[in-house]
Write a new protein. Structure first.
Length: 206
């Protein structure tokens, strides 16, 4: 008796070809997952391509290296500081809010990823360094409108200072990002540079 012919399993529905934003979202999600699971140093473009189901050439057309891809993936996942600039009506609290969000950003991304990106800063577009200064500039402009700071002190070097100090703490062994350390950055270093000093009230002569 002849054996019954083998039946082939019917193929599933064809996978829709992703384009544009849908493809970019899939790649960035895959890069985030790969960085979190494998670690920054072991992440490869091939692994991201496999996880995303995308061609490696497609990834390289958008992100020329690992650092730019992971940085984009982190921003895609966590958003940007510029999405919600604090405006509490008090300069000190606005600055502390930004520094706390920077710390939370690093914690959510994972310090392995943050340290990996810091080691490859030369591969990241310079606009990444403009994010924190942009937020600090807006905060200082609000404070200047309230008479809290000298408008002439709102310079690129000064607005970059808080982010640079946080980056320094991330780079050094056992860097301190505690609440006390953040308050020290604001109270001991930054505010004395920009804040209008209020002198003692003058006595009115009778």
């Amino acid at each position: 008796m002849a054996a019954a012919p083998k039946t082939q399993a019917s193929p599933g529905p064809p996978r829709a070809r992703r384009r544009g934003q849908a493809l970019e979202d899939a790649i960035l999600q895959a890069a985030w997952e790969e960085a979190r699971s494998a670690g920054y140093d072991k992440l490869t473009m091939d692994a991201v391509a496999t996880r995303a189901g995308a061609a490696r050439s497609v990834i390289y057309r958008r992100w020329p290296n690992r650092a730019t891809l992971v940085r984009a993936a982190v921003r895609h996942r966590l958003g940007s500081l510029t999405d919600d600039v604090p405006d509490t009506g008090e300069l000190r609290e606005d600055l502390l809010s930004v520094l706390r969000r920077l710390r939370e950003y690093c914690e959510q991304a994972g310090f392995d990823i943050i340290h990996g990106l810091l080691r490859e800063l030369s591969d990241i577009p310079r606009d990444v360094f403009a994010v924190t200064p942009e937020v600090v500039t807006v905060i200082l402009q609000h404070a200047a409108g309230r008479g809290e700071v000298h408008p002439e002190r709102i310079t690129p070097r000064i607005t970059a200072l808080p982010g640079n100090l946080i980056r320094h703490e991330l780079l050094i062994p056992h860097g301190d990002l505690s609440d006390a350390a953040l308050a020290g950055i604001v109270d001991e270093i930054f505010l004395p540079l920009v804040q209008v000093r209020r002198g003692p009230a003058r006595k009115v002569k009778a």
